[in-house]
Design a protein around this ligand. Structure first.
Ligand code: PEP
Length: 254
């Protein structure tokens, strides 16, 4: 059975003190209320909080993620953070290829592929984000575009390496807009992505890969989205900043 995830992306929100409160609320609620052994909760928090938060999490149900990394192990890359550094403070997951990084920081598929390699080489798990713009969807090129993102950043991997990647499909038009893809739209794209993985790696490998949906997931729509056969959970922005909502999302799996 594929692993299911409720992954939060705090983005550039919360002071350290506010973050500590949110973290402890989420960990306590998840510990008390979320009893599905196949679901794992991930919190993607700002870099300065990682070292302390990995130590504060006293739950096997919750892990801390970084929201980005640099692919080089060390060197003259002012302001950047390597996977080795993340690993040294106990981080287990790294979100990469988020549309905000692609758009505002010009990250290419090739650069994201380098990050995938660096993360896997250190034994951490990449949460690889992909997704189309509204214009691409309206032009009918969304399936090809998102499959292309997978091809460009993941298809150099061996089957063994690919199975360590978590994919997050996040239509850009649904991120932070309050407009969610319908459960049918999410399922349609997830199935196409899984078929695309199967075309290169075979169905058995493709069936092992967790594909999360992201884009205005909330406590009110998570049950329907997560009940789709190819939707293995969510990457959650805004609603991950509210402990009650995010815990409810983590309890929304069938
Ligand atoms: C995100 O940024 O990954 C995201 C899905 O944000 P939101 O849930 O706020 O749409």
């Amino acid at each position: 059975m594929r692993k299911k995830y409720a992954a939060g992306n705090w983005k550039m929100n919360k002071t350290f003190e506010e973050g500590q409160i949110l973290l402890s609320e989420v960990v306590n609620m998840v510990n008390d209320e979320m009893n599905n052994p196949n679901v794992h909760v991930i919190l993607g928090v700002p870099f300065p909080y990682l070292s302390s938060f990995t130590k504060l999490v006293n739950s096997s149900k919750v892990s801390i993620a970084a929201q980005n990394c640099h692919p080089k192990p060390s060197g003259a890359y002012t302001g950047e953070v390597s996977v080795q550094m993340l690993k040294s403070v106990g981080v287990k997951y790294v979100i990469i290829g988020h549309s905000e990084r692609r758009e505002y920081f010009g990250e290419s598929d090739a650069f994201i592929a380098e990050k995938v390699d660096a993360i896997l080489a250190e034994g951490l798990t990449p949460i690889f984000c992909c997704g189309e713009t509204l214009a691409q969807r309206e032009a009918g090129i969304h399936f090809d575009f998102v499959c292309g993102q997978l091809t460009n950043s993941l298809f150099h991997l061996s089957a063994e390496a690919l199975q360590k990647v978590v994919i997050a499909y996040e239509p850009i038009w649904a991120i932070g807009t309050g407009v969610t893809a319908s459960s049918a739209q999410a399922q349609e794209m997830h199935k196409i992505l899984r078929d695309h993985l199967a075309s290169k790696y075979g169905q058995t490998v493709a069936d092992e890969i967790s594909i999360l949906y992201g884009g205005s997931v909330g406590a009110g729509n998570a049950v329907e989205l997560f009940s789709q056969p190819d939707v293995d959970g969510g990457l959650v922005g805004g609603a991950s900043l509210k402990s009650r909502d995010f815990t409810d999302i983590s309890k929304s799996f069938p």
